[in-house]
Design a protein around this ligand. Sequence first.
Ligand code: F6P
Length: 321
Amino acid sequence: MMQRIAVLTSGGDSPGMNAAIRAVVRKAIYHGLEVIGIQRGYSGFIEADMGPMNLGSVADIVHRGGTVLRTARSEEFKTPEGRSKAFANVQRFGIQGLVVIGGDGSFKGAEVFNREYNLPVIGVPGTIDNDITGTEFSIGFDTAINTVVEAINKIRDTATSHERTFILEVMGRESGYIALMAGLAGGAESILIPELRQSIEEVCDKLKRGYKRGKLHSIIIVAEGAASGLEVGKQIREMTGLETKVTILGHLQRGGTPTAFDRILASQMGAKAVELLMEGCRNHMVGMVAGKVVASPLEAAFHGKRPIDLEIYNLANILSI
Ligand code: F6P
């Protein structure tokens, strides 16, 4: 019988991680388990920066962005020496199962650790990028795209007044999901994403056609992994003579109070992770598929990125002609 589990957040933070931590802690305690909170992801795992959590440890956090457990990207955990230090702490603290809230990089570390030391691990997808195979939504994505859409709305006001072309650079080093979905919701003219090769000429042609038929402004969304917003702005200016303005949203997309959707998702996923550990499941990730929280092998989550939805991309293009 499992008696003590641990929880950590790892990689880039995302709004709703706190709601997930709260769900793990409260669900576990509800079932009579003890919970150890590990600080700063795998760094704290290695350095024994951890301690017991109780019902009060997760009070008043369901609505807060960030992660109360802090997070980090640990290079040391990628080494056998680092993982062996972490295992010493598994023994020292009597940890029998681990919930890792993070992205694919974090899951990869968890899987390797499980293979070496046989500690049952359950992954909870938390990343604004929404690029994880095995789930239609990762925690934080909904909040992030709402942040981007709010920015697009504001930029749209001033863009119309001045009849300007705006370039908005959004996050997504390897994934265009934020750009794509926020672009569709915000009515962007063009969306540049790392998954597809797109020419600036095409973007410029579309811009010119739009202005010719009386458009008052244009908004182009660029995922940081596709190109630099500043560079795209410069190229469009040079190719069309249009005045371009560039806004880089950066890390403000990673913060803020999580939306109701993200809190509900995080609560369901965190609770499911505990259930899975109690059932003896190991090396799985929880995911939302067709409205249900399900488990899939952890491996699937980091073997190959979630492909972009081309139908959505085509739709966004059609609707912005
Ligand atoms: O993984 C989430 C993400 O926000 C990416 O979209 C972004 O490229 C990256 O993290 C930036 O991470 P950081 O600035 O924290 O290293």
